[in-house]
Design a protein around this ligand. Structure first.
Ligand SMILES: Cc1cc2nc3c(=O)[nH]c(=O)nc-3n(C[C@H](O)[C@H](O)[C@H](O)COP(=O)(O)O)c2cc1C
Length: 319
């Protein structure tokens, strides 16, 4: 494992527990950091910027206690939507800078000024990309690393196969790549490193954790889920996203009709559609690995063990 960041010695494996809207929270993030992998949450998962700041205080205090107890927690990351369409961007960014959040996972747009402000306090910026063109723009704007969101990822996803995406990004930059999409085991993380990624971003695997904000029926239903239950559609809010099909059906959405619906046609910013948005759930192709609801710390420990075993086996097999 060779992680090209100053915090590498705090990680037990090259993994970021990805930020998930209405799923991640400080408890999940801190549990991940204490277990030796990067934990995160989206600022926009909170109702207001004041609540976002409360989340940061809660996380910082818990990590300080961990440090005082002789642990060496991994750094915290937050996700900011750095696009002018995000009305909260300025306030959330100001709070992020004031708290000197060590890692900022940025999505949408790629504003140079934002990256500069984060760099000024020593923060690391990792920007979501779904194509080589996005990667070029992010690198030109000064991002430190690229989160390559491939097809099969949960939430707003890419559509490109991970091998093809990593290969194309490598043609435009040698910045570190964090690969996202469909990975769910320690072995998968090793495979991503073999492909040329420096780290892995795992979301879906962590929805069914005890700390998760996901409602219990969401968490429990994932245990039944398989990759074939994942439905890709841009119709709901305009951007391609992977949805858990049984939740769409339960919400009264006809899948055949959805497949024919134009991007953004179903969910708009109106209050009524937001209500509907809450009742439908997202997950990625890695859903089949979820077999029970686990503590975040136990899941991290399992992934670290799988990763170490996979490394040993792989080294043995090529020796
Ligand atoms: C329920 C859910 C919510 C998500 N919300 C966000 C978000 O708010 N911001 C973001 O950058 N990515 C979000 N994502 C994407 C994840 O950060 C990550 O890219 C993805 O989960 C990785 O793929 P995987 O789910 O196959 O592991 C979300 C993913 C899921 C499953």
């Amino acid at each position: 494992m060779s992680i090209p960041f100053p915090f590498a010695d705090r990680l037990k494996m090259p993994l970021i527990v990805a930020p998930m809207f209405l799923v991640s929270n400080p408890k999940m993030a801190v549990a991940a950091c204490r277990a030796g992998v990067i934990g995160s949450y989206p600022a926009h998962s909170t109702r207001t910027k004041e609540v976002y700041e409360e989340w940061l205080y809660e996380s910082e205090e818990a990590l300080a206690v961990s440090e005082n107890n002789g642990e060496k927690p991994a750094p915290l990351a937050v996700n900011l939507v750095v696009h002018s369409s995000n009305a909260r961007m300025e306030g959330d960014l100001e709070i992020t800078i004031r708290h000197k959040v060590p890692i900022v996972l940025t999505s949408k747009g790629a504003p140079e000024e934002v990256f500069k402000e984060i760099h000024n306090y020593g923060g690391v910026t990792m920007h979501d990309v779904a194509s080589a063109r996005h990667a070029e723009k992010a690198v030109a704007a000064g991002a430190d690393a690229l989160i390559a969101v491939a097809g099969g990822a949960g939430g707003h996803c890419g559509t490109i196969n991970p091998f093809a995406l990593v290969n194309e990004i490598r043609q435009v930059t040698d910045k570190p790549i964090i690969l996202a999409g469909g990975m769910s085991s320690g072995q998968d993380v090793l495979a991503a490193e073999a492909m040329g990624a420096s780290m892995v971003y795992m979301g879906t695997r962590f929805i069914a954790t005890e700390e998760s904000l996901a409602p219990s029926d969401y968490r429990d239903s994932l245990i039944e889920g398989k990759a074939t239950d994942i439905f890709l559609s841009a119709a709901l809010d305009g951007a391609p996203a992977n949805w858990y099909a049984p939740s769409l059906v339960k919400a009264g959405i006809d899948l055949e009709e959805l497949a024919m619906t134009k991007p953004g046609a179903i969910v708009t910013s109106s209050g009524q559609s937001k209500q509907r948005y809450k009742a439908i759930w997202s997950a990625g192709h890695g859903i089949g690995a979820t077999k029970s609801v686990q503590k975040t710390a136990d899941l991290c420990e399992q992934l670290i063990l799988e990763y170490e075993q996979a490394r040993t086996q792989f080294v043995g097999s090529i020796a």
